[in-house]
Ligand binder design. Structure first.
Ligand code: CDP
Length: 228
């Protein structure tokens, strides 16, 4: 079977992009590349350095200079990979609530996007990759032969994220998680550069009422139908 060389999966917060993308990549023997971790890593770098997140020039400089490494998982604690920032393992730090609250501010800065998108495109162009984010089909890899826009209602996505955070010991209430998702979607879809939206040739997959297996089967069917 011929399969698409580059599969782009975009969509709003907690729509299941990482879960479905990782399963798809494993099934195809492709690299799974979650571009959101790079924006999260820059946000964590800024927070832990005590930087002013509203200082666009300082945050941009940080995005241009930090070394973010994405390596195979070094331990079996639920991680898909190790995220290393300047030599330190920050795999779980980037999932903290303060990163959730600030990542959309950081990722709206054009200089930050330019720095990270350049890296992402270099990796994507190697092919055999499932890339997940907000702007993969529209800006990072517009030549992707399959573009999936994964979505679900805000309440359903908040429920998924709430359960995920609880499992990791998070204390945020459901209404806090819902408010955060709502705010992040709002910032992501209204920013000036590469806002969150489906590419004109994306297939929209609404996963409301679907479990992971059902969504995965739908995504596999799209892969089978796509030619390079
Ligand atoms: O996992 P979740 O859907 O909550 O978010 P994520 O994919 O880890 O992305 C975190 C944030 O990074 C998003 O809310 C966007 O602000 C930003 N992002 C982006 O701007 N472009 C991407 N390609 C990926 C993420």
């Amino acid at each position: 079977m011929s399969v698409p060389e580059v599969i782009a999966i975009d969509g709003p917060a907690a729509s299941g992009k990482s879960t479905i993308g990782k399963k798809l990549a494993d099934e195809l023997g492709f690299l799974f590349f979650d571009t959101g971790v790079m924006y999260r890593a820059v946000t964590w770098a800024a927070l832990s350095a005590g930087a002013d997140l509203n200082d666009e020039a300082e945050i941009t400089r940080l995005a241009e200079t930090v070394i973010i490494d994405i390596l195979p998982p070094s331990r079996a604690d639920g991680r898909n990979c190790d995220i290393i920032l300047d030599g330190t393992d920050i795999t779980w730090d980037i999932r903290r609530a303060e990163v959730d609250r600030n990542v959309s501010l950081v990722s709206a800065y054009p200089g930050v996007r330019l720095a990270l998108t350049t890296q992402q495109r270099r990796i994507g162009l190697r092919g055999k990759v499932v890339m997940v984010g907000r702007d993969i089909g529209t800006a990072v890899m517009p030549e992707a032969s399959l573009k999936i826009y994964l979505t679900a209602s805000t309440e359903e996505r908040a429920r998924r994220r709430y359960l995920e955070q609880r499992q990791r010991g998070g204390q945020a209430s459901f209404s806090e998680v819902l408010a955060d998702i709502h705010e992040r979607d709002q910032i992501d879809s209204t920013r000036a550069i590469a806002p969150l939206r489906p590419a004109s040739d994306a297939v929209i997959l609404d996963t409301d009422g679907m479990d992971v297996d059902q969504a995965f089967i739908k995504a596999c069917a799209l892969v089978c139908k796509t030619k390079n």
